[in-house]
Ligand binder design. Sequence first.
Ligand SMILES: Nc1ncnc2c1ncn2[C@@H]1O[C@H](COP(=O)(O)OP(=O)(O)OP(=O)(O)O)[C@@H](O)[C@H]1O
Ligand SMILES: [Mg+2]
Length: 581
Amino acid sequence: MTNEQSDLLKRPIWHYIKKHKRLVALGLTWLFITNALETLVPWLVGQTLDKITADAPLREVFAIIAYIFVVIVFLSLFRFLWRVFWSTFHHTSAEDLRNRSFAGMSLLGPSFFRTRKIGQMISLISNDVNSFRMGIGPGLLVIFDGVFLIALIVPVMGSISWTWTWQTLLLMPFVPFMVKWILSRMHVQYHERQERFADLSGSAQEIVSGIRTIKGFAQETHQTAQFNVHSAAFRHSCDRVAAWDALFGPSLELPVALGSVLLLLLGTPAVMAGEVSLGQFFAFYQYIQRMVWPMSAIGIGLGQVQEARASFSRIEEVLRFQPDVPDTGDVDVAELITLEVRDLSFSYPGATLKALDGVSFRLARGECMGIVGMTGSGKSTLVELLTRQYPVPPGTILINGISVERIRLESLRRLIGVVPQDAFLFSRRVSENMALGLDDWDMDDVESAARTVRLDQEIATWPDGFEALVGERGVNLSGGQKQRMTLARAMVREAPLVILDDSLSAVDAKTEEVILKQLRDDLARTTSIVVSHRLASVRHADMILVLRAGRVESLGRHEELIRVSETYQILHEMQMQGRSG
Ligand SMILES: Nc1ncnc2c1ncn2[C@@H]1O[C@H](COP(=O)(O)OP(=O)(O)OP(=O)(O)O)[C@@H](O)[C@H]1O
Ligand SMILES: [Mg+2]
């Protein structure tokens, strides 16, 4: 962890203030000047009133009005200035935090994501980062705004009358606490309303995406009734938000109204007795009205800062989480001479059963190994361990005689081109998807890979061919097309070791055979591992590993396994029947 990162984790708000101290200082300076000018206005208006009541020459009255005009013009300018500095401060900080959280997430391995929902993670980089921003941006700002205004207004009020000041402001110190309490209640209700809305839209979404199932199983009435229940729950939550919302205004107005009434009671006799001028009385009245904002601002600000802290603690979890597989290696390997697995056992984090138990084999350059086994026997687990998606016990997987944890992760993952069981494509162009992870690539290689996987003719029919966008805004691909495209991706990489994990399961048996035949020709000198449910796909392999409940049941060639391996015989029989049936 870098110094900067650990400073951020210790005191996140302070970290960003320090990082942008110039912006913060400029923003606060302009804010203070704005506040001072704002405080000046009621005083100037009071002066005008006094001049009027004292029958002063019109010229003097106009002079004060001219001051008021100048102050108002400068006020607008300075407000603009502090807003610009302050918003640059919090948006820049949010950008940094968002990027850090995202980078943090992309370093994490499958064990982190297993226990978290996608929605939670998206909410982290959108809602939580935003709520942190609201805390250090508007939140901190209104606290300063409140403190500055109180510090400026109270002495001015005191200069008119300290007795009036403490008597009329007696109730004010309760305002921040009340505001904070009401806001926290409102926050709970807002959250509740959001949840209810998520239920409601989820229910609507089901109708849209599951309409065939709904009609097929005559679920229309049921689905509508369910929607109505969600709809009613949503309305109730809206009512509660509205009630708290309605309480907010009056609860602020009350202390001000009481203060004002008190001033009228105390002040009128004093004005009548000539102890205080009408203008000063008026200015004081104005200041009482103006005290409400700074008081509630402190409450609002403290609430936002508190939420920012809560959000940061969720982000912190991601930033602090250690990757499952630390990149500790320092050896680079560019070619594969041998791959050796020695007595490899593995259980998934939190699982009690072993997914792999004492697996050993040795593969040399240019060889092809098939892996077969019933579903759940550990085939994909073995593939994932070969690329170190999970931590492996030291010395159990060796490449060219070097234990994998000594090899740099990037180098290891460049060495091995895996075509995973579940194809994943990005919403980028077809060609970019095929050349994923390569800095410079040749269109010829992409085209030839497309031919190998028998995708070239289909691509030719798409509007933009290789330039077509994949996904919702472009071409929608079938399961088999996706699989073949991810296979092509591995071809383009020309990795020294290619692993296909049941990569053609969604392609019909005949096409799979054609593609694999082509692959064998293309990859004649490449080392490969082919995991498949179809024995026909592995029968030509130099050796076939049969897995059963995580253990190696047997290892040998097709002809041999048909005689000695029970699992292999079962698979063989099932597929022979499938063919004749
Ligand atoms: N992410 C995971 N966390 C916990 N257990 C897992 C995880 N993935 C797989 N397993 C378990 O490990 C065992 C082996 O699973 P694996 O995916 O390797 O099987 P497989 O041979 O690839 O099966 P299939 O032919 O269906 O693809 C199974 O018992 C499975 O339940
Ligand atoms: Mg699998």
